[in-house]
Design a protein around this ligand. Structure first.
Ligand SMILES: *Cc1c(COP(=O)(O)O)cnc(C)c1O
Length: 258
């Protein structure tokens, strides 16, 4: 669904600045630097023009939740950035679009979509089963690639949420440890919706504690350093609780339902 077509570059710029400011302030409140938190701009409700505009503002990290949309957007943005580079930046003097961007797969990944998806992304946030881990590892082995992944955790135990339940995490890390082409970089979660973002805090705190347990266990290495939690509604609370990656869509691009 494209976002409302009233969205303008000026509005996007303003929204981007506001989100960056909020991230910086939440990072400071949690005793960290603004640059310690990576903003993944979630483009699932954005129009392609908005994605290009955000790249024009210098933004590097983009996230998609559907394999099919990812397959369309990665080459579209690449082509645009390539064109910008050859033609030079005629329109704006201040913002430098990055030479290349990083894409994140943040949604449920079906095993039969691994082949199309892995070559397009830097990080898969949503490993939610041993079978998916094995499929990814098989792809990595076949193409001699090391694939970076996060484990998606279902903290709240809601039946409607995908993800691995906390007691199963350490065992899965042990299994992944023997997969030479899979590198587990950390954990991801989606908090259940609450009207008050403060009510998400316990979920984020639990994921942070689980993250520390995993770091201390024998099946992880120094590469295990990514904690991906927080979306439009709750990213500031997530950062206060230790997130170093937030995935934000509507606060940047507007709400498709609006
Ligand atoms: C859609 C989505 C987001 C972003 O949600 P917003 O509320 O638009 O910020 C983040 N993470 C995942 C996994 C998503 O599917």
């Amino acid at each position: 669904m494209p976002a409302s077509n009233t969205a303008t570059p000026a509005k996007l710029r303003e929204a981007y600045r506001a989100v960056q400011d909020n991230i910086a302030e939440a990072a400071t409140r949690s005793g960290r630097q603004p640059e310690d938190v990576v903003l993944v701009a979630v483009t699932k409700y954005a129009a392609m023009d908005q994605v290009r505009q955000l790249a024009d503002l210098g933004h590097m990290d983009f996230g998609e939740s559907q394999a099919q949309q990812l397959q369309q957007r990665v080459p579209q943005l690449e082509e645009y950035l390539g064109r910008r580079k050859t033609l030079g930046n005629a329109s704006s003097k201040n913002d430098t679009p990055p030479d290349r961007v990083r894409w994140h797969m943040i949604g449920h990944l079906q095993r039969n979509k691994v082949k199309q998806t892995v070559p397009l992304v830097q990080l898969v946030h949503s490993v939610d089963s041993l079978r998916l881990a094995e499929e990814l590892h098989g792809y990595g082995a076949k193409h001699d690639l090391d694939i970076d992944v996060l484990l998606q955790v279902n903290i709240s135990g809601e039946a409607t949420k995908t993800g691995i339940v906390p007691p199963a995490i350490i065992h899965l890390l042990e299994q992944i440890d023997s997969m030479m082409h899979l590198r587990c970089r950390g954990l991801m979660t989606m908090a259940p919706h609450h009207d008050n973002p403060e009510d998400c805090r316990p979920v984020f705190r639990q994921l942070r504690e689980l993250f520390e347990d995993c770091k201390a266990c024998e099946w992880t290495t120094d590469h295990f350093n990514v904690l991906s939690m927080g979306m439009t509604h709750d990213y500031e609370v997530a950062i206060e609780e230790g997130a170093n990656v937030v995935r934000v869509g509507r606060a940047l691009f507007g709400d498709a339902e609006a």
